[in-house]
Design a protein around this ligand. Structure first.
Ligand code: 5GP
Ligand code: ZN
Length: 113
């Protein structure tokens, strides 16, 4: 499949991987928007948030769980951090394999841009 993140899962493209289990892969974003910027993805290819099915609920929950675990491991869980999932063009999605952005290490503002 011609999907950048599937290629990272399959080790066809290198990435700085920080966590992997049966369901989830996490790696540093190539163009970080914060001192720590990690992408957490399901190993199953799901194109957008609109394509999540009921059978995917566990893996989607694991994205959030992994974000919290990595925030603790990175040392900013208590100070706070930002998680973001962009959907489709108006949401700013550029890679069509769902991913959770975990960003920490600076003050975030609201509303997001
Ligand atoms: P989106 O804009 O779809 O929400 O997020 C896609 C993210 O993937 C962007 O933050 C972008 O910097 C990151 N990205 C794009 N290509 C690569 C790549 O080849 N390797 C890594 N590690 N991140 C990438
Ligand atoms: Zn994919």
């Amino acid at each position: 499949m011609d999907c950048l993140f599937c290629k990272i899962i399959n080790r066809e493209i290198p990435a700085d991987i920080v966590f992997e289990d049966e369901h989830v892969l996490a790696f540093h974003d190539i163009d970080p928007k914060a001192p720590t910027h990690i992408l957490i993805i399901p190993k199953k290819h799901i194109s957008t948030l609109n394509d999540i099915e009921e059978r995917d609920l566990e893996v989607v929950g694991r994205l959030q769980y992994t974000a919290a675990q990595l925030a603790r491991q990175q040392g900013f869980a208590d100070d706070g951090y930002r998680v973001v999932m962009n959907c489709n063009e108006m949401g700013g999605q550029t890679v069509y394999h769902i991913h959770m952005h975990l960003m920490g290490g600076r003050q975030f503002t609201w509303p997001a841009g």
